[in-house]
Design a protein around this ligand. Structure first.
Ligand SMILES: Cc1cc2nc3c(=O)[nH]c(=O)nc-3n(C[C@H](O)[C@H](O)[C@H](O)COP(=O)(O)OP(=O)(O)OC[C@H]3O[C@@H](n4cnc5c(N)ncnc54)[C@H](O)[C@@H]3O)c2cc1C
Length: 302
C-alpha cells in the first residue's frame, strides 16, 4: 500500500500526528537518515495499540523510537511505520521518593526534577539525552551507574496490545541492553526509586557530571554518543585511540578528536560514511588487539 494511503487510513484511527515521507535527519541526534514512510507521534497508549494492530493486520513493519540519540538510520530510510514516543508521553510525577516518568520524557528532565525535589539517584543521568523509553531499553548508564539500578517497574505494551507492568527483575537489565527489545515491548512509563538527599550535594554532583561530559565529548557537533560498546574489561574509546582513530574520516563522518568512540557529522555525513568508518575502526582494533568491537548504536532502515 502507498504510504499516503496508509497515512490516510491511520489518520482516521489515531489522535496523534502523522507525517509522511518524513526525513529521519530531523529526528536523530546524528542528523543522518533517509525518510520514514510514515511517522506517527502517538497521543496516548490507545494510539500505540491501534498502530500495533493496524501494522499487524496489514503486515506493515513497525519501528519504535524515542529521542533518536542512539540510532543510525540508513540512507534509504525506514519502510513502514515509525512510532516516535515523544510529546504525548512526557509527564513526570514525583511522589515521595518515587518518580514516575512517561516514556517520552527526557532523562535529563527527570534527573532535574529529582534534583529539585531533593532526591538522589539520577545524578549520573543528567547528561544522557535519552527518552525514558530509550534509556530503559538500552539500560543507559554513565559514571559507573545505570538505569537498571534505579528503575523499580516499567509499564509496557506487548506486541499483542496488552498493557503489562514488569518488575525490575523481569526486565533483564544488562550492559546497554534489556529484554525490552527481544520481547518487542514498547515502554510506556517507568518508576524510579530514589533516596532523599541533600539538595546542594545532588546539584553539585549533577553539575560535576555535566562538566565532565562537556570536557570529554564533542557536544558541539551532531553525534550519537558512544558508537561501540565497551568490550568486557576494556574501554572502546581507549582501544580506538591506540589505533590512531581520532581524526579518521570518511566523507563527512569523522572520529572526534575529543573522544575516539564518538563519530561526529561534519555536515553532510551519510549512514554509508559512518558504516564504512566503523568497519575500518573495527578492523584496526581487531588487528592490533584481537578484540571484536560491537556497535552500541542501533542501525535501522535500508
Ligand atoms: C551526546 C550523547 C551522549 C550520550 N551519552 C550516553 C551515556 O552517557 N550513556 C548511555 O548509555 N548512552 C548515551 N548516549 C546514547 C543514548 O542517549 C542512549 O542509548 C539512550 O538510551 C537512547 O535513548 P533514545 O530515547 O534516544 O532512544 P532511540 O535512539 O530513539 O532508540 C534507541 C533504541 O531504543 C528503542 N526505544 C526507544 N524508545 C522506546 C520505547 N518507548 N519502548 C521500547 N523501545 C524504545 C528503539 O527502538 C531503539 O532500539 C548518548 C548519546 C548522545 C547523542
Amino acid at each position: 500500500m502507498d504510504p499516503r494511503e496508509i497515512a490516510h487510513h491511520l489518520g482516521r484511527l489515531v489522535k496523534g500526528s502523522i507525517l509522511c515521507m518524513e526525513s529521519m535527519q530531523r529526528h536523530t541526534s546524528w542528523r543522518i537518515g533517509g525518510p520514514a514512510d510514515i511517522m506517527i507521534l502517538p497521543a496516548d497508549a490507545d494510539d500505540i495499540r491501534l498502530c500495533l494492530q493496524f501494522a499487524r493486520d496489514l503486515n506493515i513493519p513497525l519501528t519504535v523510537m524515542g529521542n533518536g540519540t542512539n540510532l543510525l538510520v540508513k540512507d534509504k530510510g525506514i519502510r513502514g511505520i515509525v512510532l516516535k514516543i515523544a510529546q504525548g508521553f512526557n509527564n513526570i510525577e514525583v511522589n515521595g521518593a518515587k518518580i514516575t516518568a512517561e516514556a517520552g520524557a527526557l532523562l535529563p528532565m527527570v534527573a532535574r526534577r529529582a534534583a529539585e525535589s531533593g532526591l538522589s539517584g539520577l545524578e549520573f543521568a543528567i547528561g544522557i539525552p535519552a527518552s525514558v523509553g530509550g534509556a530503559v531499553r538500552m539500560n543507559a548508564g554513565a559514571h559507573g551507574r545505570c538505569i537498571g539500578e534505579v528503575v523499580t517497574q516499567v509499564k509496557v505494551v506487548t506486541t499483542g496490545g496488552q498493557i503489562e507492568i514488569l518488575q525490575n527483575g523481569q526486565i533483564g537489565f544488562d550492559y546497554r541492553k534489556s529484554s525490552i527489545k527481544d520481547n518487542n515491548l514498547i515502554v510506556l512509563s517507568a518508576d524510579f526509586s530514589l533516596v532523599a538527599g541533600d539538595p546542594a550535594g545532588i546539584a553539585e554532583a549533577s553539575h560535576v557530571n555535566l562538566a565532565k561530559r562537556r570536557r570529554s565529548q564533542p557536544l558541539e557537533c551532531p553525534n550519537a554518543g558512544s558508537v561501540f560498546a565497551n568490550p568486557a574489561g576494556q574501554w572502546a574509546g581507549w582501544l580506538l585511540e591506540q589505533v590512531g582513530a581520532k581524526g579518521m574520516r570518511v566523507g563527512d563522518a569523522e572520529v572526534s578528536d575529543k573522544h575516539a568512540n564518538f563519530i561526529i557529522n561534519r555536515g553532510e555525513a551519510t549512514a554509508e560514511d559512518v558504516l564504512t568508518l566503523t568497519t575500518r575502526l573495527r578492523q584496526l582494533v581487531q588487528e592490533k588487539f584481537n578484540i571484536e568491537l560491537k556497535l552500541e548504536v542501533q542501525v535501522v532502515g535500508e
